[in-house]
Design a protein around this ligand. Structure first.
Ligand code: UT7
Length: 323
């Protein structure tokens, strides 16, 4: 028998403020057509005055717990992927722990930018298969609107805010690719590329800073590295492209999503796409897409899912799981 981290619940939260591409036309030299054609994005949600990364993460966690039919008493640990925590410390995860009324267990943040959720899933899986936790809340939550330079048209039209969460539970499997739960993971990073995507603030500057990106350079790395990490994880899981029910990719750019699916030999009919409605929500994008894909009726019990993401670092990775 093999211990598996099985998805028991999923949920998400999106702030009420929706901003269409056309709204940027008033303040920037840009157009709805350019943003749609180059990125696939049509609109995004931005945090309101009452939304923070931890408040959105808490709302998503509550939705996932309700979906699982559980409450916080059942949860041993919270793993929260974010690059935009409310404060430098304590972790946003401990804030969520308090907001959920959870006074046991442990909580910590993972910071791997847009790859954060695959890093968080991989760490939560390790906690479960090593017996350190039985049930783990895995959350991705971001308020990238707080680190946008609103005069930089090359970045500020691309990102959005939101949160998504999964409840993972330890269950015995047979040790085959037919098991439910996380079947394989693959993580990578290469800090030589740190200047392609970074925030120009932090403790060394005394400011929280703004996101800076050489978008076309990141693009050059994305398809190759995403397809490669997905293949590595699929090989480890013992599955092929034909076995994949859904790719649930990081939602940064429809052209990256299409290019990666093509390289993976999976048709776009088997890809969950939410980038048009959410923009790039960094570590929140995969759990948001999983939750929306489930709510749309796309993702069903037993489906084989491949998630893949790349972002600042560069950091990238993939997770193969059976829902
Ligand atoms: O999630 C983390 C990882 N991040 C990503 O995956 C993002 C990866 N990169 C991308 O998604 C794309 O590179 C972008 C959507 C950011 C840009 O698309 P692109 O096809 O790579 O365009 P580009 O950066 O090469 O820019 C083409 C032109 C430039 O003008 P010139 O130099 O050709 O005259 C830009 O200045 O488009 C211009 N441009 C814009 N024009 C209108 C850049 N932003 C805008 C804008 N509106 N908002």
């Amino acid at each position: 028998m093999t211990l598996r981290a099985v998805v028991r619940g999923v949920g998400h939260y999106l702030p009420a403020r929706v901003v269409e591409n056309s709204e940027f036309e008033a303040t920037l030299e840009t157009t709805d057509e350019w943003i749609r054609a180059r990125s696939g994005i049509e609109r995004r949600h931005f945090a309101t005055d009452t939304d923070t990364t931890s408040s959105m993460a808490t709302a998503a966690a509550q939705a996932a717990l309700a979906d699982a039919g559980m409450d916080v008493d059942h949860i041993d640990a919270i793993v929260l992927a974010t690059s935009t925590p409310d404060l430098t410390f304590p972790s946003a995860a401990t804030m969520v722990q308090a907001q959920l009324g959870m006074t046991h267990g442990f909580a910590f943040d993972i910071q791997a930018v847009c790859a954060g959720f695959v890093y968080a899933l991989t760490n939560a899986n390790a906690l479960i298969v090593s017996g350190q936790a039985k049930r783990v809340l895995v959350i991705g939550a971001e308020t990238f609107s707080k680190i946008m330079d609103w005069t930089d048209r090359a970045t500020c039209v691309l990102f959005g805010d939101g949160a998504g969460a999964l409840v993972l539970e330890a269950q015995e499997g047979a040790g085959t690719a037919q098991d439910r739960g996380i079947l394989a993971t693959d993580l990578n990073s290469d800090g030589r590329h740190r200047d392609l995507l970074y925030v120009d603030g932090g403790v060394s500057t005394g400011t929280s800073g703004y996101l800076r990106m050489q978008g076309n350079q990141v693009f050059r790395h994305a398809v190759e590295k995403l397809a490669s990490t997905a293949h590595t994880a699929m090989d480890r899981a013992g599955v092929t492209a034909d076995d994949v029910t859904w790719i649930v990719p990081h939602q940064a750019n429809i052209r990256i999503i299409q290019g990666t699916a093509k390289k993976m030999k999976v048709p776009m009919e088997r890809v969950v796409v939410t980038v048009q409605d959410h923009g790039n929500t960094s570590a929140a994008s995969i759990p948001l897409a999983l939750s929306v894909g489930r709510a749309r009726g796309q993702i069903k019990d037993g489906d084989l899912i491949v998630t893949e993401a790349i972002g600042g670092g560069l950091a990238w990775g993939a997770v193969v799981l059976r829902w």
